[in-house]
Design a binder for this molecule. Structure first.
Ligand SMILES: [Zn+2]
Length: 76
């Protein structure tokens, strides 16, 4: 199961991140990020795009199995 957090349906002003995508497993997370990237940012679902996501996920995440989308605009 994966979930998608968007500031538009996250009314708390205390939330400073824009969009965070989290999932139970890394594979599910990659799928969720690919879907977000293709739907919201018009990326194509290519092997290269998936490799880029995997590289991003190797960096220190604020939470386990969470991807912070820095392409999405801040809420305010
Ligand atoms: Zn995004």
């Amino acid at each position: 199961m994966s979930r998608f957090i968007d500031c538009r349906n996250y009314p708390s002003r205390n939330v400073h991140f824009t969009v965070a995508i989290s999932a139970d497993t890394k594979d599910e997370l990659i799928e969720a990020v690919v879907q977000h990237g293709t739907k919201v940012h018009d990326y194509e679902d290519t092997l290269e795009f998936r490799e880029n996501i995997k590289t991003e996920l190797k960096r220190d995440p604020p939470l386990p199995n969470t991807f912070m989308c820095f392409l999405c605009q801040p809420c305010d």
